[in-house]
Write a protein that binds this ligand. Structure first.
Ligand code: HAM
Length: 449
């Protein structure tokens, strides 16, 4: 292995040849969120540690084992955000957004940090696209949030993805449930991990999402909260199911979906794929009606979700989904000699100003290597500029796909001449463009009638 400093374990580089995949999903998630009425929020990468302890919860794996916390001068400690909800709600409170009317909707695309055991689909730095909706208690809001995720998954072309829903009740119904869980786990306490011993005393529900294999096996037979829901939570959950049916969204009621963060109340949901092995949850979310008040704000219902972008892209790759290809090179100016290179620069500036994607030789290669390079970067057209072209004031655009050459004057008419050549090439090769042009023709015809 080369003697370079390596990237930290559990982090990833997105190299230039791959970033178009990220641009594809970032564009689709942002556009869909905006379509559903969300606007982007940007928040700091680190927050006061207490924010995560109070919101995510001090008996969760995230807070107990996975936070990257640094102490600063003075007494403060800061933590790299392990998720986006806490910071978003902090920002909504701090910026007085609750006074701007309900519901409020915010989306984010951000990096998160968790010190986890690294495996496929489980990283230490990963990226989430998430949405938070504040001030909506009705199950219509839960359905709308789920519909947004569904719409994104459809648009990126994912298949075979299951929606699990569950209700984990409210503090009112949890009392009885906690007693039942405690009694269940008490009997098998010796088989539980150390952390779960403490959870048994403080928050037995957290044992249900412990990642230790033995604890997982025991938890599989534990009582489920659906059997303990109060009437209000029950009718909210039925309302959600009804709404999902109305919207034509398939779901499975999974009483074992409990989510790994403490702030959830009532609805929880996960979109799960079987294509990623153990880390199949591409998106998770739910309602958190108690979080805003627990952070010092007024009692306000809220809900949201976050999608792991690495997991989304991995699944898309596995399923052969399409990504939007980056726009390549329209013209490559090959130049021979310094005068020709100056002409290439002048023309490049002119064509770039017009919006074309243009490159020319900047490393002093010979004719053949320049042609080879133009081919390698997929240039659609090449123009060779040498002494004779400069003398005659004429040069040829070569269509790299067909080999066809068209001579043009190197004067001010060149942009217009190239426009015609480019338009003809698009008509010949680009189906979308042809359809686009045809649609105008049809419109004209209709107008003419
Ligand atoms: P979460 O389930 O912890 O929920 O994370 C959401 C998504 O982030 C997961 O479904 C997964 O796709 C991705 N993810 C989580 N951990 C990792 C990791 N170590 N490596 C790669 N991807 C990962 C939350 O974070 C909540 N804040 C979601 C939410 C928003 N609930 C309401 N609003």
């Amino acid at each position: 292995m080369a003697n370079y400093i390596q990237r930290p374990k559990g982090t990833q580089d997105v190299v230039p040849s791959q970033s178009y995949k990220w641009h594809t999903v970032e564009r689709i998630v942002a556009e869909t969120a905006e379509q559903f009425g969300f606007r982007e929020i940007r928040i700091p990468t680190f927050e006061e540690t207490g924010l995560f302890v109070r919101s995510v919860g001090d008996t969760t794996d995230v807070v107990q084992k996975e936070m990257y916390t640094v102490s600063s001068t003075g007494d403060s400690t800061f933590t790299l955000r392990p998720e986006g909800t806490a910071g978003t709600i902090r920002a909504i409170l701090e910026n007085g957004i609750l006074n701007e009317g309900f519901p409020q909707r915010a989306y984010y695309i951000l990096s998160c940090f968790r010190h986890e055991n690294v495996q496929k689909g489980r990283l230490r730095e990963f990226h989430q696209f998430g949405c938070e909706m504040v001030g909506a208690a009705d199950p219509a809001a839960d359905a709308d949030i789920i519909a947004l995720v569904k719409s994104i998954l459809d648009r990126v072309g994912l298949k075979n993805i299951r929606l699990d829903i569950n209700s984990i009740g409210c503090p009112k119904c949890r009392g009885e449930y906690h007693k039942a869980l405690k009694a269940f786990f008490e009997d098998r306490k010796d088989e539980l991990c150390e952390t779960c011993h403490e959870r048994l005393e403080r928050n037995p529900m957290r044992i249900l999402d412990c990642k230790v294999e033995d604890c997982k096996k025991i938890a599989a037979d534990a009582p489920v909260i659906l059997d303990y829901l109060c009437d209000d939570c029950k009718s909210h959950f039925e309302g959600l199911q009804e709404n999902l049916r109305v919207m034509g969204i398939d779901f499975v009621i999974n009483p074992h979906t409990v989510r790994g963060l403490d702030y959830y109340t009532r609805t929880v949901f996960e979109f799960v794929t079987t294509d990623l092995g153990a880390q199949g949850v591409v998106c998770g979310g739910g309602r958190y009606d108690g979080l805003i008040s627990s952070l010092g704000g007024p009692q306000t219902p809220a809900l949201g979700f976050a999608m792991g972008l690495e997991r989304l892209i991995l699944t898309m790759e596995k399923q052969g989904c399409e990504f939007m290809e980056p726009k390549g090179c329209d013209i490559y100016f090959v130049s021979m000699g310094s005068n020709a290179q100056k002409k290439a620069m002048e023309l490049t500036a002119k064509f770039r100003e017009e919006g074309y994607y243009v490159q020319y030789d900047i490393v002093g290669r010979g004719l053949k290597p320049q042609m080879k390079y133009a081919d390698k970067i997929g240039a659609k057209f090449v123009m060779v500029l040498g002494d004779s072209e400069l003398e005659t004031g004429k040069a040829k655009f070569k269509n790299m796909q067909t080999g066809e050459q068209t001579e043009v004057s190197l004067d001010d008419s060149i942009l217009e001449s190239f426009g015609e050549i480019y338009y003809t090439m698009l008509l010949d090769t680009d189906e979308d463009f042809r359809d686009f042009v045809d649609s105008f023709a049809e419109d004209d015809f209709e107008l003419g009638n």
